[in-house]
Design a binder for this molecule. Sequence first.
Ligand SMILES: [Zn+2]
Length: 413
Amino acid sequence: MADEASGAHEHDHKKLGRELDLFTFSDSVGKGLPLWTPKGSAIRRELERFITDEEIRRGYQHVYTPDIAKLDLYRKSGHYPHYKDSMYAPIVIDDEEFMLRPMTCPHHFELYLDKPHSYRELPLRIAELAKLYRYEQSGELMGLQRVRSFCLADAHIICANEKQAAAEIEKVLELIEFVAGTFGLVKGENYRFRLSLGDRTNTEKYYKNDAAWEKGESLLRALLVKRGEKFEEAKDEAAFYGPKIDIQMKNVNGKEDTAFTVQYDFCMPDKFDLTYVGEDGQKHRAFVVHRSSIGAIERIVAFLIEHYGGAFPLWLSPVQTKVLPVSEKHTAYAQEIVEQLRAADIRVELSADDSLGKRIRGAKMEKVPYVLVVGDAEVEAKTATLEGRAGKIGALPVTDIIAKLKEEIRTRA
Ligand SMILES: [Zn+2]
């Protein structure tokens, strides 16, 4: 796909993405529909495992729901009337209309409605790595940052009351800060908080309920103040169903987008009649928190490519290490090491063509975190000479190298 690579920042994710062979686009597939290469897919898989495991640890229940549903479902949720310009056109089959989903919310609500729920089950945190489709204007499309198909680490937290919802929003902010910290992102420097408000005068764009908007906006504002966060307030940036706290990040060219978000919803519980049975045995209206923890995988990968300048930490590196035999006679031993590393779940390649100097330079260009060089001395001593991005570390037994790399991967250092 054509892009603005000419004259682009050297860390522009579109430029680095091509150089490092992480993703591509095909006009035959369609604009804004990324194809992930094996290397890019390795990064994505690590991020998906990371966030799924972390969320499960924090009490989320991960589910799968379909990428498509009846158009009526989005009429009911309000997404169709509010977002139809940024949705793909309906698919008509057997006299029924279906839509590629632009959001996950109504799918999770229908799952919740499958059976009655007691107050004891709440808060109920339903999470999904959800594939979503939005028909962004072609002028808006930009590499992986703005796409037409993406995977959102989405969740809907069904709460019993406002107090519970406020506590859950705080927990979401803690999760988001944990995620940002894992990537080495610094608050105020790499990301900032934005309180995104509605507009009472625009009843076409926003669900009409002035009192609920006041309440929701004050609740989020009070939370940010209580946490001592610096934040900016932005009018007319809310979801149609309620205000939100957005975590904003800028790309290398200064273009800002929402990376993560947490939203307070007083509208969908009415539309979907989301209830629970209280301590008193009666039905009560539930509250909903919508949130994304790591955001859209495509967008966070775009930010991370730029943040790391393509030099990913070990756990995220598509190729974690390369084994370089000094000459052909060392290839069999190098192959043995490759198999040991692969058995230890380390992503490894054997690099045996070209001169040794050229191969070392090649590994550096590809930003591979570690290379293992093996020659006569290493074959003799059953070691490998380890070299990191910062320089040579030295000859070590292969088992020690594996232990060192595994620890670095485990701690996501
Ligand atoms: Zn939602």
